[in-house]
Design a binder for this molecule. Structure first.
Ligand code: AMP
Length: 114
């Protein structure tokens, strides 16, 4: 698999503002925030995108999504609400080929999509 900028972030070769980390995921501030809070959550186990999660066990997929929710709680967004987005492929607007969930919030968001 081609190395992406998120592989380099995980390897600490590129600095980011980390907001949460455990054995399964790394969460950091998006460099180009689209909301007051804009955090990216990546699994430490690599997959290119949501489609490729079909090769994972249901337990690993579930763990990733549970951790996305946990990060939102950690950010204090669970009461006010937040948006989660996973872009897939060119038409989906995915610019980094390493599966990641956007968490957007901290303010009322307009529209339905990021
Ligand atoms: P996507 O377009 O869904 O693939 O999202 C990729 C996201 O990664 C974009 O929102 C970018 O702003 C963000 N991004 C790219 N490079 C960095 C970086 N070095 N640090 C933090 N976020 C980044």
């Amino acid at each position: 698999m081609t190395e992406t900028i998120f592989d380099k972030i995980l390897a600490r070769q590129i600095p980011v503002q980390i907001v949460f980390e455990d054995k399964d995921v790394l969460a950091f501030n998006d460099i180009s925030p689209q909301a007051k809070v804009h955090v990216l959550v990546i699994p430490k186990k690599k997959a290119r995108n949501l489609t490729e999660l079909q090769t994972w066990t249901a337990q690993d997929v579930g763990c990733f999504f549970q951790k996305v929710g946990l990060v939102a709680v950690h950010l204090g967004l669970d009461r006010s609400g937040y948006r989660t987005v996973l872009n897939t492929g060119a038409d989906g607007g995915q610019s980094v080929d390493y599966v990641h969930a956007h968490i957007l919030g901290g303010e009322p968001l307009s529209g339905n999509f990021a």
